[in-house]
Design a binder for this molecule. Structure first.
Ligand SMILES: Cc1ncc(COP(=O)(O)O)c(C=O)c1O
Length: 434
């Protein structure tokens, strides 16, 4: 099987995500055969550095022996059992560990990120009904937010290209000013801007709290908005405001959790604990689909009643799949054994240093949070992201610019020489595209 065979069979049979399929007439698919570390290999032997961790899921490289072995071992014992009425060791141990790490109690499982945000929204809404506050039915999120593509999660997402077509189907939500520092007034520092946005949020919440169930946010980095980063003081203010006005705070850590933001969870940098935390992507090191929603004991208790309908009856067939849980446990074991968060600090500083060279080009807002690195290019070219993607792939680098933002979210196992390749290739690509 060579590249061309796989490519044409894929176009005949697979409907690819987040894609206008007709564009593949101009921008060919890349048929990947295997992965190793930070590299992906196609069927003709070309290699690509996975600078985006395969949509931000891969933490410790492709074909990671430790995660792979854990899944293999689990495969010999139990591949799956439904979680309603049954339980198993991997899901129990994982829930205990997530609880230790987040300080939140019971873990409810889904499959992808969007199922986690749906679960958190439904749980919040249902909590208020169970405690008799039936007027609290609405949600707020940030301007330019992204929480997934299912109808519920799209209702709190604010990206026009994904949302507008489906608007008649979606729950209504209001968007609060984003503290993304790129939106600050000139001369205004990140902290002052975050405080100004928090004051605007407070004014809205003060007026509408009686009908608000929850505020859902991406802590510290609005990744899909083009790695919009903001000051951690916003998180502490949001926590205060939500507590003061009895509005749940849902922290969507799907993209930033598991060390991406520089701490295990981004909420730690604001010194806050949310009412719900949504986790997915890196949770299995990029091996298997799994998501989780953690919440407080207080919220859990509101569902713990005799009446069946007051329980949280939501379910998915693969909830808490043992293979996925074993991959998650192996991923967490790597964090512990390898002191990943501390080591990433050095890597993050080293890569940021190397990226300074990119400021020679027409770029602005070079920024990072932990293992998320980004800058914006100054260009009027509406085709920039596609052209940049194509040019990078031709040089063996998998980049996926968002609008005019170029970003790196590499696996944490990236070494110095791969970092050099990533930065040097990006430099050359930008020189040709800009
Ligand atoms: C913050 C955030 N929430 C939710 C999602 C949705 O996750 P999934 O694509 O796994 O449904 C994403 C995906 O990029 C995300 O970045």
């Amino acid at each position: 099987m060579n590249n061309q065979d796989l490519l044409s069979r894929s176009l005949q049979s697979v409907w690819h995500p987040c894609t206008q399929m007709k564009h593949h007439e101009t921008y060919p698919l890349i048929p990947i055969q295997r992965g190793e570390g930070v590299w992906l290999y196609d069927a003709d032997g070309h290699q690509y550095l996975d600078a985006v961790s395969s949509w931000w899921v891969n933490l410790f490289g492709h074909n990671n022996p430790r995660i792979k072995d854990a899944i293999k071992q689990q495969l010999d014992t139990l591949e799956h059992v439904m979680l309603a009425g049954f339980t198993h060791e991997p899901v129990v141990t994982l829930s205990e560990k997530l609880s230790q790490l987040t300080g939140l109690g019971h873990a409810f499982y889904g499959s992808d990120g969007a199922s986690a945000t749906e679960i958190a929204l439904k749980m919040s809404f249902h909590y208020w009904r169970n405690v008799g506050k039936t007027g609290k039915t609405r949600f707020i999120s940030l301007q330019n937010s992204y929480h997934g593509e299912t109808l519920g999660s799209l209702g709190v997402t604010d990206v026009a290209i994904f949302k507008d077509t489906y608007a008649p189907l979606l729950i209504q939500s209001a968007q609060m000013p984003s503290p993304d520092f790129r939106l600050a007034e000139s001369g205004e520092d990140a902290e002052a801007f975050a405080l100004r946005c928090a004051a605007q949020l407070e004014a809205y919440v003060a007026a509408h709290h009686a009908e608000l169930a929850a505020f859902i946010i991406e802590p510290l980095v609005q990744c899909a908005a083009g790695m919009g980063m903001y000051h951690s003081v916003y998180l502490s203010k949001v926590r205060e405001i939500c507590s003061r006005y009895e509005v749940h705070l849902i922290a969507d850590e799907i993209a930033v959790g598991f060390g991406r933001s520089g701490t295990m969870f981004a909420c730690e940098q604001g010194g806050i604990s949310p009412d719900f935390m949504c986790l997915s992507k890196g949770i299995t090191g990029g091996y298997l689909p799994l998501s989780a929603v953690l919440t407080t004991d207080h919220i859990y208790q509101a569902f713990y009643q005799d009446a069946t309908a007051k329980g949280f009856l939501h379910s998915h067939s693969y909830t808490g799949n043992p293979l996925a849980c074993s991959a998650a446990l192996a991923t967490l074991a790597i964090f512990e054994a390898d002191d990943v968060i501390e080591k990433n600090k050095l890597k993050s500083a080293a890569l940021m240093q190397k990226m300074q060279v990119l400021t020679d080009l027409k770029t602005q807002h070079l920024r990072h949070h932990g293992m998320i690195f980004a800058f914006d290019v100054m260009t009027e070219n509406s085709q920039f992201s596609k052209q940049c993607y194509q040019a990078a792939v031709a040089q063996g680098l998998l980049l996926r610019p968002i609008g005019h933002t170029v970003y790196f979210m590499p696996p944490y196992t990236i070494d110095e020489s791969a970092m050099d390749f990533m930065v040097d290739t990006t430099y050359l690509v930008l020189k040709t595209v800009l």
